[in-house]
Design a protein around this ligand. Structure first.
Ligand code: FES
Length: 402
């Protein structure tokens, strides 16, 4: 940021890990010892953060953390790329990727672009059909932005380790007479929650209970995070490709950190330099720690269970049961059909089978999208691709079944 003079409100501040309801002193003690073992010896245990507007209770203080305005940062970064001769193309759909000495990508318009190295930093890699998708799993996460009086809550980073967890920061709004409190969490596995609105409601309730000084909730949104089974992101060579193809994924809630760390590692790998973090973040790593293995097995059994949907009935039995503005899966012969009825009453159909590895998609009533419960692909109400690893729209319904 400093090298490129990117003005993005960067500030240094404390981070506080606080206990969820029913959390124990021992949890913080274990975290403290782990932080010290990792070399973060300035981390300390406190009886309370001493913050204005938020009683954390017993917590760990992580000094010298960083906060910045993400969009200002990305805009500055894009300008820096262009200033140094780089070119940025948006709305160009890459259909396939080939590595090796003739590394190239092919776009959906059939153009080929050759490069010495290709980096996929698409949140989840769309070129890898299986391996990476057994090592990380997709979660929807929810966020609210609430108005607070200036200075009402001490500017710091706060988070707990509840399951599902919460994360909090204060965003100053210089041009207004209020600031924003941003609170996120209440995650659930993508495509596996019949009523996502409940999670947003829970987050609002939690926010009001913990921050009684908020004035109003102004913003609500959701996003998707990829949770690695062993807890650490991936940045390095794509394990399923020939040389010269690299991936950055498994960002959990640390996308901006990995968006910096990943390119540092991959730049070194491309230039043949050693990097002290390359082995740790290697996407091909095998983690044999018991907790990670248990998580791996649990998450992948969860995915296998989703395939049972292929042989069950639909959400509804007849198309008339699909209400305007909603969607539902219907069994039709051997297949399942995703039916969306728009507000005007017209129905739109596509196959409810995800093109990635053929799980049955589920209707997301909050985002009006079709979400795949296996590896997190998402499609709009009409079946158009929103999010990988699928790299295609939902298929049309075969003529014989229309
Ligand atoms: S995302 Fe893998 S089967 Fe749908």
């Amino acid at each position: 940021m400093a090298d490129e003079h990117i003005d993005c409100d960067y500030s240094r501040l404390d981070g506080f890990l606080f206990l969820p309801k029913n959390g124990t002193h021992q949890q913080l003690q274990d975290e403290l010892e782990a932080a010290h073992r990792a070399g973060l010896t300035a981390v300390e245990l406190l009886p309370d953060a001493g913050a204005t507007g938020f009683k954390t209770g017993e917590c760990l203080r992580f000094p010298n953390q960083g906060q910045f305005h993400i969009l200002k940062y990305l805009s500055g970064l894009a300008e820096a790329v262009v200033a140094q001769g780089g070119r940025i193309f948006t709305r160009t759909h890459v259909q396939s990727i080939s590595g090796g000495s003739d590394a190239h990508v092919t776009t959906s318009d059939n153009y080929e672009v050759r490069a010495q190295a290709i980096v996929l930093a698409t949140n989840t890699p769309f070129n890898d059909r299986v391996v990476m998708h057994t090592k990380q799993h997709p979660y929807r996460t929810y966020v609210v932005g609430a108005r607070i009086a200036k200075g009402a809550i001490t500017k710091a980073l706060y988070w707990d380790d509840a399951d599902p967890y919460h994360y909090i920061r204060v965003q100053e709004v210089p041009e207004a007479d209020y600031d924003l409190l941003i609170v996120g969490g209440e995650d659930h596995k993508t495509g596996q929650e019949p009523n996502p609105q409940n999670h947003l409601d829970c987050l609002e309730d939690w926010t009001r209970a913990h921050f009684p000084s908020i004035q109003s909730i102004e913003y609500r949104w959701s996003g998707q995070v990829m949770e690695p089974t062993d807890g650490l992101g991936y940045a390095g060579p794509d394990p399923l490709n020939n040389d010269n193809v690299y991936i950055i994924t498994g960002d959990s809630g640390h996308g901006m950190t990995h968006g910096t760390l990943g390119p540092m590692i991959i730049t070194d790998l491309i230039l043949g330099r050693s990097n002290p973090w390359a082995k740790l973040y290697d996407p091909g790593r095998v983690t044999l720690k018991l907790e990670s293995v248990k998580e791996y097995v649990k998450e992948n059994l969860n995915v296998v269970a989703e395939y049972a949907d292929l042989v069950t009935g639909g959400d509804v039995s007849t198309i008339e049961e699909v209400k305007p503005g909603t969607g539902a899966v219907l069994r039709r012969g051997p297949l399942k059909v995703a039916v969306y009825r728009d507000e005007a009453g017209t129905t739109h159909e596509c196959l409810a089978i995800c093109p990635h590895l053929h799980c049955v998609v589920h209707w997301n009533s909050l985002e009006t999208s079709w979400d795949c419960p296996c590896h997190g692909s998402r499609f709009d109400a009409y079946g158009h691709l929103l999010y990988g690893p699928s790299n295609m729209d939902l298929p049309p319904v075969p003529k014989a079944l229309e």
